[in-house]
Design a binder for this molecule. Structure first.
Ligand SMILES: Cc1cc2nc3c(=O)[nH]c(=O)nc-3n(C[C@H](O)[C@H](O)[C@H](O)COP(=O)(O)O)c2cc1C
Length: 202
């Protein structure tokens, strides 16, 4: 039975075509990899170096690897002057990055104090709109979830976008050599961060 109305055009013929994907663009994407531990035998530091290598394989990406003693800021106990040279150099270094990969072991259910201290020298400006990927390490991979959540809250507080592909890994597995599944998850997170960084900054 006809209702007398014209048939609707087939969905979605009236919609505009989707925008073409953004080109890779001339922008050299700068990714800062932050290891929460300075000791180079630590699983955190080892993983940071691996992430640095994986990112360096991406075309158009340059990597800045940092750890707390390399940054060299004092403990921010509220008495450090705003124009402290190490703090200003750190703020400038962060501002030059488009994306950030934060890697920390779980220390009492959060990132290490040394890593948090780095972020306590930043206002919102240096990381505003940047993309952050998170990796946390613990004795067992699941145990690091609190640390991922802790890092996520801090990253958002600094005005950054947090990639949804968190990575919780076992520090023992990092030392023994990560399996294929862990490498795949890590790569998926890095690809997501770099892809989003290109969309934001291309
Ligand atoms: C002060 C401190 C607190 C820690 N707290 C936790 C914790 O809450 N949960 C956990 O699974 N591991 C905890 N760990 C273990 C670390 O997450 C991690 O497995 C270990 O530090 C890795 O050692 P590495 O740096 O030699 O590779 C803690 C370690 C330290 C030194």
């Amino acid at each position: 039975m006809s209702d007398g109305l014209d048939p609707l055009p087939p969905f979605p013929s009236t919609l505009p075509p989707p925008a073409p994907p953004a080109p890779a663009g001339p922008v050299q994407l700068r990714v800062m990899v932050v290891s929460a531990i300075s000791r180079d035998s630590s699983s955190c530091h080892v993983l940071g170096r691996l992430v640095e290598e994986m990112l360096a394989e991406e075309p158009g990406v340059s990597v800045d690897f940092v750890h707390p003693s390399d940054v060299g800021v004092p403990v921010n106990d509220g008495s450090v002057p705003d124009d402290h040279p190490a703090a200003m150099a750190w703020q400038q270094r962060v501002a030059e990055a488009h994306c950030h990969i934060w890697i920390s072991p779980e220390y009492h259910s959060g990132m290490t104090g040394a890593m948090k201290n780095l972020f306590d020298f930043l206002g919102k400006e240096p990381m505003s709109g940047d993309v952050v990927g998170l990796v946390a390490l613990a004795g067992g991979g699941m145990a690091a979830l609190n640390t991922l959540n802790n890092m996520s809250v801090v990253a958002r507080s600094l005005g950054a976008w947090v990639a949804p592909e968190h990575c919780a890994l076992s520090s023992n597995d990092v030392k023994a050599g990560l399996g294929e599944g862990d490498i795949r998850r890590l790569r998926a997170m890095l690809t997501s961060v770099v892809g989003m960084g290109r969309r934001v900054y291309a």
